[in-house]
Design a protein around this ligand. Sequence first.
Ligand code: NAP
Length: 277
Amino acid sequence: MKTRQVGNTDLHFTVIGLGTWAMGGGGWKWGWGPQDDDASIAAIHRAVEQGINWVDTAPIYGFGRAEEVVGKALRGLTPRPLVATKCSRVWDEQHNVSGNLEERSLRLELERSLRLLQAEVIDLYFMHYPLPEQDMERGWETLSRFKREGKVRQIGVSNIGLEHLKRLQAIEPVACIQPPYSLLERGIEKEIIPYCRAQGIGIVAYSPLQRGLLTGQFSKERIESLPEDDHRKRDKHFVEPAGSVNLQLVEGLRALAARRSTRPCREPIGCSRPRTS
Ligand SMILES: NC(=O)c1ccc[n+]([C@@H]2O[C@H](COP(=O)([O-])OP(=O)(O)OC[C@H]3O[C@@H](n4cnc5c(N)ncnc54)[C@H](OP(=O)(O)O)[C@@H]3O)[C@@H](O)[C@H]2O)c1
C-alpha cells in the first residue's frame, strides 16, 4: 500500500488507515451498537496483514474501550503499527462528556492512553476538539510540552476551523489535522486544504465513507433496523429527509464506481472491502 508523509513530519502513513470509533461499542450517545472485542482485534490484525500501517483511536470511543482493544491487538506486533489517539474529551460517572484542556486533565488522559495502548510514546496526538475555546492555546502549549518530553512524537488537532487553526499554528506548528471529509462533507476544500498545503500541515480525513452510508451497503430498511444505541439512527445524513436523497446519490455513485474501477470488483461499490488479490 502507498504511504504518504504526514505534513512536514517524519511520519509516513499508508493512504488508508484503520479507524476504531466503532470498536468502542454501544451503550453511549455516540456508540455504534454492540461490538465483539475479539472481532475488533481480528479486524485490526486483518487490516495490518493487508498493509495498513496506522490505527486511529480516542479515549472517548467507548470510554477507553477502543484504546484497550487497540493495545491488546498491537501487543507483540512487529513492526508495530503507528497509533494516533486524542485528548480533551472527558466524562463523568454518568458518562456526560465535556471538553477539558487543563494541563492536569491532559496529563491524566495521556498517562491513561499510554497504559491502555501499551505504548511508550504516542505517534500522533490530536486535540479531539479545540474546546473550551478560551483554553485552546493553553491546551496546545501543553501538547507541545508533551512532545518536548518525548511522550508524543507529533501533535495535531481535529474538528477545527481555519481561524482557530491559524491561532495554534502561530504557537507551535500543527503536524496534522483530522477533519470530516467525504463526498457528503466537503467543507474543508475551499480554505482549509489550501491553507494546510501552504503550511505543510498533514490531513487525515475522518468518516470518509460517511459512517458507512457511502459504501453501497445501506438501504432504508437497514437504517431503520440499526440498534437504538447506534448513533447513525439519529445522524442527519441517515435520517429523513436526507436519508432517501443520499441513498439515491449512492446509486449514482455505484454506476460511476463501476465505470471508473480499474480492477474487477466483487463487492457492490468502490472495491473498499479488503481483498486478497
Ligand atoms: N476526530 C474525530 O472527531 C472523528 C470523528 C469521526 C471519526 N473519526 C475517526 O475516523 C474513523 C473513520 O470514520 P468513521 O468510522 O466515522 O466512518 P467511515 O470510515 O466513513 O465508515 C466506517 C463504516 O463504514 C462501513 N464500511 C467500511 N468499509 C466498508 C465496506 N467496504 N463495505 C461496507 N461497509 C463498509 C462500516 O459500517 P458498518 O459498521 O455499518 O458495517 C464502517 O463501520 C473513525 O473510526 C475514527 O477513528 C474521528
